[in-house]
Each structure stands twice: as C-alpha cells, then as structure tokens.
Design a protein around this ligand. Structure first.
Ligand code: BTN
Length: 221
C-alpha cells in the first residue's frame, strides 16, 4: 500500500480527499496545523504524536459500516498494547487509558447505493506530544503513562499493520470502557443517564430502559 509521509499537513484526512486512488492509500504527518476532530471541533496535533489517515476503497456494505469502527478502534487498542498501554474503547471510537482519552478518530464515509464506496479513517494518537493545558485532566499520552519516549514513526507503522487486521465485534465489546457503567449521553441540548447495556449489531448504543442511540457524546459518571 502507498503511504504518503509528511512533516506537516493541515489534516491527513483532508489530504486524502484530494486523491482519487484505485487502491487503499494512507497518509501520515508528524504534525497537523488544522487537525479536525469529531463534531466540527479541532484536534490538537503537536509533534510527537501520530496523525494517520487510511483511505479504504469499498471496505464493506453500508449496513456493515460498524465493522470499520470495530476494526479501527481495536487496531488502536492493539497498537497501544504493543507500547505498554492497556486501553479501552469509549463508544463509538474514542480510546481511553487510565480514565483519560489517548486517541480519537474521525471516520468519514461516502456511501453509494448499499455500499461504503470510500472510507477515510483518521486517527490521532498521543505518543510524546505535549497536550494543551486545558486538556490535562481529560487527555493522556503513551509517554505520560509509561514514562518512555517512542519514535512516532514506529508507532505509526504498528498502527498501519494493525489497521490491516479484522477484529471481532465480541472483542470490541470486551474492550469497552463503558459497558455496565453508569453513563451520560449528550445529544444536542439533551442529556440522558443510564447504564450502558451493550451495542446493537449495527453499532448503536443500548442504554438501560430500552433506549438506543445512534449518535451522542458519552461521559462516564
Ligand atoms: C476526535 O477525537 O474528535 C477525533 C480526532 C481525529 C484526529 C485525526 S488525526 C488524523 C486525522 N486528520 C484529522 O484532521 N483528523 C484525524
């Protein structure tokens, strides 16, 4: 697979959108100047972290798109394990370690008929990068957790390898950070509380009281 490597880019997801490849392709940057997070937020992307996007061509049927989330989240969990960090997934695709966020993901799918025609899976992983002071209580990094400094290129290569694997939905559930916990789901202006009872086949969150969510921001109480 072709991998584009940059010292700096505005956003690896946006770079891949300028291409029209026939085959899967990836982009990695040492830093991003306009890193994008979910819900239109920005994503702090200082040197020392891993900022990687993978464009996959026709990865699956539209109805199976949760597989993309399962595979990418577990690729991050396995990558972190290889560098000594025990991590869990906060639905749908944030990765947490020691109760704080260590990796975020922005998946941008283009649907055509009943297929996912293109999927851009953008992953930011805190390795040795400095985190903004305002994130100190909510974010962490491999360096903060292990006291070790790893070459981001080595971590990126491990992540790319793991992104080529297929993982099971059962493993995703087993690595959940929120399953069985009292959580809050924020949806627009509304916040609902309950216990996370699991996930539907297509990846929606099941909250106690038979409430099902396809989107929303989860926090653990
Ligand atoms: C989030 O936690 O809100 C998602 C963050 C996603 C960040 C990654 S870094 C690589 C790729 N390029 C971007 O601009 N965003 C994603």
């Amino acid at each position: 697979m072709k991998v584009y490597a940059f010292e700096t880019l505005p956003s690896t997801n946006d770079f891949l959108k300028t291409l029209d490849p026939e085959e899967d392709v990836a982009a990695v940057a040492e830093e991003q100047t306009g890193g994008r997070g979910s819900k239109g937020r920005s994503f702090s992307s200082a040197k020392g972290g891993v900022y990687l996007s993978l464009l996959r061509i026709r990865p699956c049927k539209a109805e199976e798109s949760f597989r993309i989330v399962v595979n990418a989240s577990l690729a991050v969990v396995h990558t972190l394990a290889a560098f000594g960090v025990d991590a869990r997934i906060k639905w749908p695709n944030d990765v947490f370690a020691d109760g704080k966020k260590i990796s975020g993901m922005l998946i941008e799918n283009v649907f055509e008929g009943d297929e996912v025609a293109r999927s851009i899976i953008g992953i930011g992983l805190n390795v040795n990068n400095a985190l903004p002071a305002e994130l100190a209580s909510v974010a962490t990094s491999v360096n903060l957790l292990t006291g070790k400094t790893y070459d981001p290129k080595t971590v990126a290569a491990t992540l790319l390898y793991q992104l080529g694997r297929d993982f099971s939905r059962e493993e995703y559930v087993g690595k959940s950070f929120i399953l069985g916990k009292e959580i809050r789901v924020l949806r627009g202006e509304e916040t609902v509380s309950g216990v996370c009872e699991g996930f539907t086949e297509d990846g929606r969150l099941i909250l106690s009281g038979n409430r099902v969510f396809s989107a929303g921001e989860v926090s653990v109480r």
